[in-house]
Design a protein around this ligand. Structure first.
Ligand code: SIN
Ligand code: CO
Length: 386
């Protein structure tokens, strides 16, 4: 890997072995010649859009009270803001802003299916979201202005909360470290590390790269749902070898073993977890919105358009991953929660798709197989013709 990583002078090996999921790290000048790419007005505009997820948090500093409003916001919401102590947060800016999408690519030294989105916050002086912890890793890059971060110490669901259910603020947060970040500096925090970022200036913009880390509960629920979806209602618990028992309320260990066997048979079913996990981790962030997408054009029409095209582009927010058990076995290619099998000879194509957002049409049009695949990717809203 020869690209410049947003880790300052630190090597990827050092970061992964000593910090990732282990301990916080402040990286001065994490990104060479960093240039912010979203203006405050643009961010406010995004927060007014129906499909964009956003929050506006205002702190009443005198009474230590917080209020949160979810988007879509209206222009009046901004004109009524106090002079200081507020923050606007916009989620998944990478879905809507090409430069934000490019920016996020710099973080794919962590598997891209682990990355969730780029959230951008804009705060007035004194603004912040209060002391809290997150259940996932986060890179917090200072884009404009200055922010003072207080961080350190591990917290969990049992840590006492301040009286504000919406924000889940920590009641007793005693930071172990404090640092002032200037544009281009970045703070990495592993899951559960307490933090509180307070804007020192009026134009404090922070870019935060968040990750996906499904809870065990989500893993179990989602896997069960995936498996159960296709099972016949007639596959039932059986006890053909039932023996007479003295107390009819008794549940013997054989019964429990039978139930465990049912569960294990799905866990051990060849390929099932592989397929489910690929689909699950590539599910679109706005799954419902994305599922409604259906291009009207036929595959034949799309194919013709590909043949005329100069380049093809991945639609921002599209999530891809692939698995291949052995070099000579089929590749499982996952796109926004869907799975398709691809012949091992197409490995170059899968690598081309997963490593680049934009590809020249002539990297596709020489192969019927590639054109067919691309037509399907366009049909499901993962790619577009430029
Ligand atoms: C922020 O950008 O203001 C908050 C980000 C965070 O604390 O996770
Ligand atoms: Co946080």
């Amino acid at each position: 890997m020869s690209k410049n990583l947003p880790l300052g002078d630190m090597s990827l090996e050092t970061f992964l072995s000593q910090y990732w999921q282990k301990k916080p790290l402040v990286i001065r000048n994490a990104i060479d010649n960093f240039e912010p790419f979203v203006e405050a007005d643009e961010l406010a505009g995004l927060a007014c859009e129906e499909e964009v997820e956003s929050r506006l948090i205002v702190q009443d500093n005198q009474n230590n009270q917080w209020s949160m409003q979810h988007g879509p916001l209206k222009e009046e919401d901004f004109s009524e803001l106090p002079k200081s102590h507020w923050t606007l947060l916009v989620q998944a800016v990478d879905h809507w802003h090409p430069a934000a999408n490019d920016f996020l690519k710099q973080f794919d030294f962590i598997p891209q299916w682990r990355i969730d989105d780029l959230m951008i916050s804009y705060a007035s002086q004194g603004g912040g979201v209060g002391p809290h912890y997150d259940n996932y890793d986060v890179f917090l890059l200072q884009a404009t202005g200055q922010r003072e971060w207080h961080y350190g110490g591990l917290y969990d669901e049992y840590s006492p909360r301040a009286d504000n259910e919406q924000l889940m603020l920590l009641e007793q947060f005693e930071a172990e470290h404090s640092v002032v970040l200037n544009p281009g500096d970045m703070l990495y925090l592993p899951p559960k590390v307490g933090h509180d970022g307070i804007a020192l200036t009026d134009d404090c913009t922070t870019y935060s790269v968040g990750f996906r880390a499904p809870s065990h509960s989500e893993i179990l629920l989602n896997f069960s749902d995936f498996v159960a979806h296709d099972l016949s209602n007639e596959l039932r618990y059986q006890d053909k070898d039932l023996k007479a028992q003295s107390n009819s309320a008794f549940m013997d260990s054989k019964t429990i073993t039978d139930v465990k066997d049912i569960l294990q048979s799905y866990i051990n079913q060849p390929g099932l977890i592989e397929q489910w996990f690929g689909c699950y981790m590539t599910e679109h962030k706005y799954h419902e919105q994305q599922q409604e997408f259906h291009l009207e054009n036929t595959i034949a029409e799309i194919t013709e358009a590909i043949e005329q095209a100069s380049s093809l582009s991945k639609i921002p927010g599209t999530r891809l991953a692939y698995q291949q058990a052995n070099p000579d076995t089929d590749i499982l290619f996952f796109i926004n929660g869907m799975c398709c099998k691809i012949a091992p000879e197409q490995q170059d194509f899968v690598e081309l798709l997963t490593a680049n957002d934009q590809i020249d049409a002539d990297q596709i049009t020489h192969s019927q197989e590639r054109v067919k695949m691309m037509a399907n990717l366009i049909k499901i809203g993962a790619y577009e013709i430029l």
